[in-house]
Design a protein around this ligand. Structure first.
Ligand code: ATP
Ligand code: MG
Length: 402
């Protein structure tokens, strides 16, 4: 057993000592059997939430209405969920109703894929009611039960299938894949944020090209935000030599680049549709601009280096290297470090100084002068010293006032 499970054993044993059943379930079991590091320890139990809470000193109601209680033990939180069935998926997403049950089998039946429907006892013994072990061994994603029904219940499972194909380098079993093809349009019922989580996990997985191929084969991509007409872009991602990118920023930058978007506004529009954070939007549009300079000229001006900033430069160069027109990362880092300043706050004078010298008045003109000073410093036209900058500011102000 991995350490994380070892440490959680007393939790299961405490529940069992009180006469209930408890097992490790979900991705933790799957990843342990695959010999991969696990992210989270999930426990399923026949004890009802109130019964679980009665057994431990410190618990938090993290999702009590669907049966989840977090047990706090030596600084670690263990999500413990009562066996449950789900019913009435009227909207192709969440169940209308969850019912707590005492049967492990009923609980495992509602899970998405056979490899995610394994349970493990505290002693490491695996309970395999849906032939998940064979699928795990064969590298196959197979819906539990009738695939068609399962994607009707919850359309997010289709995204989870392609995501796991990438993360685990698994194939999707033919009937499961056919059911995704037939039901792909239901993806539009799912909140964009939830689709994005799976999409980003796919792109960051160990075999993104495999997940992308599954997206193409099933046409599921057509129902993802802003992707309906992106078949060619997806094919380009698949046709690249095997790739894996280190950050979500670099992944979106690669995507945006291969979409042949006309400008940064188009990137903003794309990422807004995916409801990403504003930080990510800023980072990706800055990186995209750098990629296009590298593509056109193979190098960057001081001004381009400065406006991009260290983080976006790194992202852009990683992407450009993947596409075959990047620079050695160390060279770019050195060029950036050699700039007279790296941040606009390092400018030796500020708006207050300009006002005190009566070189301008508060308002847009002040901003313009500061921007020109900054540019002059970055390109090495003037030293970043207050006397030099004030002289230059005076010249700029004079020409403006003429
Ligand atoms: P990860 O390693 O990304 O956490 P995971 O399989 O643990 O993968 P979770 O979202 O943490 O995924 O879910 C835990 C378990 O809950 C899954 O293994 C699966 O058994 C079940 N599950 C999660 N989402 C769904 C769903 N949409 N439909 C059916 N079962 C699900
Ligand atoms: Mg998990």
């Amino acid at each position: 057993l991995p350490t994380a499970f070892q440490q959680a054993r007393p939790i299961i044993e405490t529940i069992e000592a009180a006469g209930y059943e408890a097992y490790f379930v979900g991705g933790g079991v799957r990843d342990t059997i695959l010999g991969k590091p696990l992210h989270d320890v999930d426990i399923a139990t026949s004890a009802f939430p109130a019964e679980v809470k009665g057994l431990f000193k410190r618990t938090v109601d993290t999702g009590i209405e669907h049966g989840t209680v977090m047990i706090l033990d030596h600084g670690t939180g263990y999500e413990t969920t009562t066996f449950r069935t789900e019913s009435g998926y009227q909207d192709y997403r969440r169940p209308d109703k969850v019912t707590f049950v005492r049967s492990l089998k009923e609980d495992l039946k509602r899970r998405d894929f056979t490899i995610n429907a394994l349970a493990m006892r505290a002693n490491g013994e695996v309970i395999d009611l849906f032939d998940g072990l064979a699928d795990l061994k064969a590298g196959v994603l197979r819906a539990v039960g009738v695939a068609e029904d399962r994607f009707h219940e919850d359309a997010l499972r289709m995204m989870r299938a392609v995501r796991f194909a990438s993360q685990l380098d698994f194939t999707i079993e033919p009937q499961t894949q056919q059911a995704i093809t037939d039901n792909a349009a239901l993806l539009t019922k799912i909140a964009v944020e939830r689709t994005r989580v799976e999409w980003e996990k796919l792109l960051m997985g160990q075999q993104p090209q495999r997940g992308l191929q599954a997206l193409l084969d099933t046409a599921l991509y057509r129902y993802m935000p802003q992707m309906a007409d992106q078949q060619a872009m997806l094919q380009r991602l698949i046709d690249l030599p095997a790739w894996q990118l280190p950050t979500i920023e670099s992944t979106w930058t690669l995507l945006a680049w291969l979409m042949d978007l006309p400008n940064q506004a188009a990137i903003r529009h794309l990422l807004k549709a995916w409801k990403t954070s504003n930080d990510l939007i800023d980072h990706v549009s800055a990186a995209w601009l750098v990629v296009s300079s590298l593509k056109q000229r193979g190098q960057l001006t001081p001004s381009e280096l400065f406006s991009a900033g260290a983080a976006a430069l790194k992202t852009a160069n990683t992407v450009a290297n993947l596409l075959g027109f990047g620079q050695p990362q160390a060279e770019l880092t050195a060029a950036y470090a050699a700039l007279p300043i790296q941040d606009k706050h390092e400018l030796a004078i500020n708006g207050g100084d300009l006002l005190r010298q009566q070189l301008t008045t508060p308002g847009p003109q002040m901003g313009q002068i500061l921007a020109q000073l900054l540019h002059a410093v970055v390109i090495g036209q003037v030293k970043n010293e207050s006397a030099d900058l004030l002289d230059l500011a005076r010249m700029i102000a004079d020409t403006k006032n003429d």
